[in-house]
Write a protein that binds this ligand. Structure first.
Ligand SMILES: NC(=O)c1ccc[n+]([C@@H]2O[C@H](COP(=O)([O-])OP(=O)(O)OC[C@H]3O[C@@H](n4cnc5c(N)ncnc54)[C@H](OP(=O)(O)O)[C@@H]3O)[C@@H](O)[C@H]2O)c1
Length: 218
């Protein structure tokens, strides 16, 4: 598969490239800072520089690929405005680019509980931006999978998670998120689903099968 990762120098993005490569895929990594090219290349992705806030049509940067992954984010230090321009509009631009390029598969890294905004103004903007992006993706006609992790940690991967349509809040390591995202792309039957993700006790392939059957029963 040819896969493009948006947010390729992010913490999760950098964990995704080697997994995708070891699964036999080629990876294009979208970055905004050319200084990140070498690190992204070393991690296994072909770097393409594109600032998604400054580019309306990102289809050329994304390229003709089989799948796209949204792993970008304005980050914790940003104000509310960039939650809209990165977390919402960046994801919407990726939907438009996928459609334009004939890419049907889109995996979104979202966040838990974004439909119930809480916290300060900036955090609420983040949650609303994520919720709007997820809604647009669900209605896009693309073969989407939306993964909604709980609070992210930098712990080592356990390879064991909880995945499902409606989980209680919790934490999960970025490395387990990357492992789940990579496995989701190996299982086409995950298209059309949105799942919460926390650390847990299920091995990832089992967690995915369980989440599919739970969602089909709803
Ligand atoms: N923090 C949490 O607890 C939590 C929980 C659930 C979900 N999430 C979501 O998980 C996802 C990934 O998290 P993470 O920790 O890997 O994020 P991260 O390390 O902050 O990575 C985000 C990446 O997005 C890139 N980016 C920002 N603005 C851009 C632009 N205008 N054009 C192109 N790229 C741009 C950043 O580039 P630069 O390196 O150049 O800044 C960065 O590499 C995010 O969507 C986040 O919202 C976070």
């Amino acid at each position: 598969m040819r896969i493009t990762v948006l947010g390729a120098h992010g913490k999760i993005g950098m964990l995704l490239h080697p997994i995708f490569r070891s699964n036999g895929h080629s990876v294009t990594g979208i970055i905004r800072n050319p200084d990140h090219s070498e690190a992204v290349q070393k991690a296994g992705a072909h770097p393409v520089v594109c600032d998604i806030e400054k580019t309306d049509d990102i289809s050329e940067a994304i390229g003709n690929v089989d799948a796209v992954v949204f792993a970008a984010g304005a980050g914790p230090g940003s104000g509310a405005e960039r939650k809209w321009t990165v977390d919402r509009d960046g994801a919407l631009k990726l939907i438009d680019a996928a459609r334009k390029n004939g890419t049907s598969r889109y995996v979104m890294i979202s966040a838990m509980n974004v439909e119930e905004p809480r916290g300060n103004e900036v955090f609420q903007a983040y949650q609303k931006a994520k919720a709007e992006a997820d809604k647009a993706l669900r209605e896009s006609g693309l073969d989407y999978t939306i993964i909604r992790p709980g609070k992210l940690t930098d712990d080592l991967s356990t390879g064991r998670v909880s995945l499902g349509p409606d989980l209680n809040s919790g934490e999960v390591s970025r490395s387990d998120v990357a492992a789940v995202v990579a496995e989701v792309l190996e299982v086409p039957e995950t298209a059309g689903f949105q799942w919460d993700l926390t650390s847990g006790s299920d091995e990832i392939d089992h967690a995915i099968r369980k989440a599919i059957s739970q969602s089909e029963e709803l």
